[in-house]
Design a protein around this ligand. Structure first.
Ligand SMILES: CC(C)(COP(=O)(O)OP(=O)(O)OC[C@H]1O[C@@H](n2cnc3c(N)ncnc32)[C@H](O)[C@@H]1OP(=O)(O)O)[C@@H](O)C(=O)NCCC(=O)NCCS
Length: 175
């Protein structure tokens, strides 16, 4: 697929059946079944959002030529006034490394800051397979704020990456 000539769009309105799309995109990468099967959980998460118009969580797709090729799930963290937690992010394997993840993440941040979020946080795995994922977040300006050992399973840590709303950060630094 020639990404440069294709029309790139975003879809923020979830539909019934989106769970299957989420499953297709995730399955293409091989990342989410390597240790545990995470596909059922993500599919159920997407369907729950699609079935609840008042959902606090958002499901955002990036489409290439009208076809969903990546998605993110994110929303206000409960018990926090202005923190967003992103629970899933994935780009179709055949289109990885072509800038779609960066565009998707930019849209997630745009929507979060528009909603006056102070900070976005996410978790990712410390296992070697996720080295490119961690490099991706660092390239985009995320900070690694914490690592918790033996989190997912014995020997597999979780990394917490965070990024501030630049407007909030500017005000904070002025104080
Ligand atoms: C992580 C993921 C969403 C990134 O999306 P992507 O479309 O592949 O990434 P992009 O092509 O938009 O890359 C964006 C930037 O990150 C950089 N980057 C990506 N992978 C990198 C790597 N391995 N090392 C260094 N930089 C990297 C790119 O160079 C690019 O920077 P540039 O625009 O200055 O060139 C995607 O690869 C993916 O779905 N991976 C598998 C599943 C996964 O890990 N999901 C996240 C779970 S927490």
């Amino acid at each position: 697929m020639d990404i440069k000539s294709a029309k790139i769009t975003f879809r923020n309105t979830p539909r019934p059946g989106d769970g299957k799309i989420v499953r297709r995109i995730m399955k293409s990468t091989g990342f989410f079944e390597a240790v545990f099967d995470e596909l059922d959980s993500a599919e159920a998460n997407a369907e729950a959002i699609a079935g609840n118009p008042k959902s606090e969580e958002k499901l955002l797709f990036i489409e290439v030529g009208g076809v969903e090729e990546g998605f993110a799930i994110f929303g206000r963290e409960s018990c926090c006034d202005a923190t967003v937690y992103m629970s899933w992010l994935c780009v179709n394997n055949s289109l990885r490394g072509m800038g779609l993840g960066k565009r998707l993440m930019a849209e997630v941040l745009r929507q979060s800051w528009e909603n006056n979020a102070r900070k976005l946080i996410l978790q990712t795995s410390g296992r070697p397979q996720y080295e490119p994922t961690r490099a991706f977040y660092q390239k985009l300006g995320f900070s690694k704020e914490a690592e918790i050992a033996d989190y997912y399973t014995d020997g597999e840590s979780t990394f917490f990456y965070t990024i501030y709303n630049p407007q909030y950060l500017a005000k904070k630094l002025k104080k």
